[in-house]
Write a protein that binds this ligand. Structure first.
Ligand code: PEP
Ligand code: CO
Length: 450
């Protein structure tokens, strides 16, 4: 393990094998963009990353639950106040359901304001009979079916920075400026959701919350001055895939002297780039943000322990989250030995379930989709596996959108196979629509109650 003995710097990852990097055709131009980005203001501050770490420490102790959710890939084309607002609405709705149903605080983390790069299993994809380099997220190339458009362009990193800054600005404004006020609990229910059974169930729950607030006011509690009823924290997260971008946004915190990756509050390492001697683990080992790592079906207990040692040798609570994405049919067999090994080694880890990424399949018509029932089944089995090992099931990691899309099958007002093409809008993986997301929140709240 030469890895742990060398000296870490924001660029020490460059000595390691870096998988799934863009392969910019002009490295010099990429370096210039990196130098420009390095002079820009950070998107988040070290103190915020520490506050999220503290919140996650509470999750690790079983005192809260994480809802981490958003797009598979954010898009340069879909960039408006409405998109951001609709995503926040469904996040707030799901949190209300989970807080009320599960009687637990919900730590809200968006896959937002930075989720622009994708690690793809295949280097090429065939579109209308033409083989093209794979689309790898708007930080790297364009999804257009055109060979030129697929060439990686480093200027895109700068565009990501600006879109992330504007997105984060609006998220902060909405969450601190009245939109997330608990008295708005009815307003988060969108029209196309309200008419569904889940929408009506939500209306009933929102009315109960309202009555509870009136009750507290009648008891003489000053609701107006209680900040927590009027504001929420929504943290940002993305897969820290393109290390040129992450390095350029890494800054030393002036109060502690520690390094933070200031592109988002929480960064995660994907299933394809979690090798302990590789560049991603090297880079993230040196920044002090809360981190997450995805663990797929091939992950072993030894690998999980090595990741814990490499990324959290000081065993700081809240520092490390492990996200199991094993598949509905396998999680109950594959996860327990890993849970046990980490628990026995007394590593303070937050455990999340990503019930999306190992449940993808293609329909006979060639559409990439997921079944709502598989998503729910993976969460149920994840919770059961955790409980059997006396480990707190700390939360869920989802791909959703606030819009009325038809990308995943089944769920609240079931989407049928023949309907998939009606509003299939994702740039990458299929997302739960707002009704399916709300349906999921009710079921998870039920699980938490037991
Ligand atoms: C993702 O989160 O979009 C993703 C690609 O996940 P994974 O690394 O788990 O495959
Ligand atoms: Co995805």
């Amino acid at each position: 393990m030469a890895a742990t003995t060398s000296i870490w710097t924001p660029s020490s990852w460059r000595e390691r094998r870096a998988l799934h990097q863009p392969g910019w055709p002009d490295e010099e131009r990429a370096a210039e963009v990196g130098q420009r980005l390095a002079k820009f203001p950070p998107l988040v501050f070290a103190g915020e990353a520490r506050a999220l770490r503290a919140a996650l420490a509470g999750v690790g102790e079983g005192r809260a639950f994480v809802l981490q959710a958003g797009d598979c890939a954010e898009s340069f084309h879909d960039f408006s106040a409405i998109t951001i607002r609709e995503k926040l609405k469904i996040m707030l709705q799901m949190s209300a359901v989970l807080t009320y149903g599960g009687t637990l605080p919900i730590v809200k983390v968006g896959r937002i304001a930075g989720q622009f790069a994708k690690a793809r299993t295949a280097a090429t994809e065939t579109i209308d009979g033409v083989e093209l380099p794979s689309f790898r997220g708007h930080m790297i190339n364009s999804e257009e079916s055109d060979a030129d458009a697929r060439v990686p362009d480093p200027e895109r990193m700068e565009r990501v920075y600006h879109q992330a800054a504007a997105t984060l600005n609006l998220v902060r404004a909405f969450t601190k400026g009245g939109f997330a006020d608990l008295t708005q609990v009815h307003a988060w229910n969108q029209e196309f959701v309200a008419s569904s059974p889940q929408g009506r169930q939500y209306e009933a729950l929102a009315s109960e919350i309202e009555r509870a607030l009136l009750f507290m006011a009648a008891c003489g509690i000053d609701l107006v001055s209680e900040r927590r009823l009027h504001e929420v924290d929504v943290w940002t997260s993305h897969e820290g895939l393109v290390l040129d971008y992450e390095e350029a946004l890494t800054r030393r915190d002036s109060t502690t002297g520690d390094w933070y990756c200031c592109s988002g509050h929480l960064l995660w390492i994907g299933e394809r780039t979690r090798g302990t001697d590789d560049a991603h683990v090297e880079f993230f080992s040196g920044v002090h943000n809360p981190l997450a790592v995805k663990l797929g079906p091939t992950a072993t207990p030894e690998e999980a322990l090595e990741l814990c040692e490499r990324l959290n040798p000081a065993r700081v609570p809240g520092r490390l989250t492990l996200i199991a994405r094993m598949g509905a049919d396998r999680v109950f067999d594959l996860l327990p030995p890993i849970l046990r090994a980490v628990r026995d080694a007394e590593h303070p880890v937050v455990w999340l379930s990503d019930p999306m990424h190992a449940n993808v399949f293609k329909t006979d018509g060639g559409v990439k989709t997921r079944r709502f029932d598989d998503v729910i089944a993976e969460i149920e089995r994840f919770v059961a596996a955790c409980r059997a090992q006396r480990v707190w099931p700390g939360g869920v990691h989802l791909e959703f959108t606030g819009e009325d899309v038809t990308e995943c099958l089944g769920g609240g007002e079931a989407v049928l196979e023949e309907q998939l093409s009606a509003r299939y809008m994702t740039l990458c993986d299929p997302r739960l629509n707002a009704r399916q997301s709300l349906d999921l929140a009710f079921r998870v709240a039920e699980l938490l109650r037991h």
